[in-house]
Design a protein around this ligand. Structure first.
Ligand code: ADP
Ligand code: MG
Length: 322
């Protein structure tokens, strides 16, 4: 199984940023509203992520590191309507196969916390007592220490941290209700405070996308049947700010770009758009199972979704021009 884990690790664990993405998604699935992320040397030396979510019970700690162990899906029926970010039960097994990983956790029903440790090949079956508030900390040391070819593939500390920063930015935009703190080599780099009002959400978007973006953008807000869209679009020459979320997952999909271009076709200005858009659809109407890391989705009724998005943009453009 070790080899299988390392092969699977190649799929989900490409670099520190992909480790962090998986671990933070676990925090979100656990219902955390505060996540603290410490990174050293771009993440190749250390990644430590603490959350205040539901925690993992003592007798499930070792299981959490096993392959295909997920607490999030128990039947095929669940698979057709995935609401959690994780569901393959692969991340912790894969990450622990290529690092030294410590998992410490406490549930609200336990008076004490417990800890397991896994180092590459070997998992220590011993579950040790530890000090920790309700929630979970995952510490990943020496990523790829036992897969030198992959370790060599890592770029400079600055580049790796840049990827980490971008992963956190995407998550911060996806979940403005969660407070997220990011530290690099003990220095605080990002502090995204939990937003409880629309203004605070806009402030977080502005913190990421710049004030000019929010000020120039048209604002989408529409709901119809099971479809709900919110967000901002601005014409720009800088198309770096393009974030599209479907049911909380960041997604790359031509459908959106097509709908935007079509809605703007009678407008004079630029070719490029910056956007932050949240689309929520009935989870039965979308397949997230297409590819683990490629951010693809498949809408069962793509035409319908496209027309809905297009219509929402046309309405926002009309509202702006009045
Ligand atoms: P998946 O997220 O696909 O279920 P993972 O390998 O990422 O698989 O995690 C395995 C299991 O460990 C999860 O299903 C969950 O039960 C538990 N787990 C992992 N991280 C956390 C966390 N931060 N808080 C609570 N439970 C967690
Ligand atoms: Mg997961």
């Amino acid at each position: 199984p070790q080899l299988a884990n390392q092969i699977a690790a190649g799929e989900v664990v490409e670099r520190p940023a992909s480790v962090i993405k998986e671990l933070v998604e676990n925090c979100i699935d656990a219902g955390a509203d505060r996540i603290d992320i410490h990174v050293e040397q771009g993440g190749s030396k250390l990644i430590r992520i603490r959350d205040n979510g539901c925690g993992i019970a003592k007798d499930e700690l070792a299981l959490a590191l096993a392959r295909h162990a997920t607490s999030k899906i128990s039947s095929l029926d669940d698979l057709s309507a995935i609401v959690s970010l994780g569901f393959r039960g692969e991340a912790l097994a894969s990450i622990s196969s290529v690092s030294r990983l410590t998992l410490t956790s406490r549930t609200k029903d336990q008076n004490e916390a417990w800890q397991v440790y896994a180092e590459g090949r070997d998992m220590q079956a011993v579950v040790k007592p530890a000090a920790h508030p309700v929630g979970t900390t995952v510490e990943v040391l020496d990523l790829f220490y036992n897969t030198p070819a992959r370790r060599r593939f890592l770029r400079t500390e600055k580049t790796e941290f840049g990827h980490v920063d971008e992963v956190i930015r995407r998550i911060a935009l996806a979940r403005p209700d969660i407070s997220i703190n990011l530290f690099h080599n003990d220095k605080p780099i990002r502090q995204y405070r939990a937003a409880t009002s629309t203004e605070q959400v806009e402030r977080r978007i502005a913190a990421v996308g710049g004030l000019a973006f929010i000020q120039n953008a048209i604002k989408l807000e529409w709901e119809h049947d099971d479809l709900n869209i919110r967000g901002w679009i601005a014409e720009t020459n800088n198309a770096e700010l393009q974030y599209f979320y479907v049911n909380g997952r960041i997604v790359k999909d031509r459908l959106l770009n097509h709908a935007i271009k079509q809605a703007y076709q009678n407008q004079p200005q630029s070719e490029n758009f910056a956007y932050v858009i949240y689309l929520d659809v009935d989870p039965h109407q979308v397949d997230v199972n297409v590819h683990p890391a490629k951010h693809e989705v498949r809408f069962h009724e793509a035409r319908l979704v496209h027309d809905f998005v297009h219509q929402a943009i046309v309405m926002a453009l009309d509202a702006k021009s009045q």
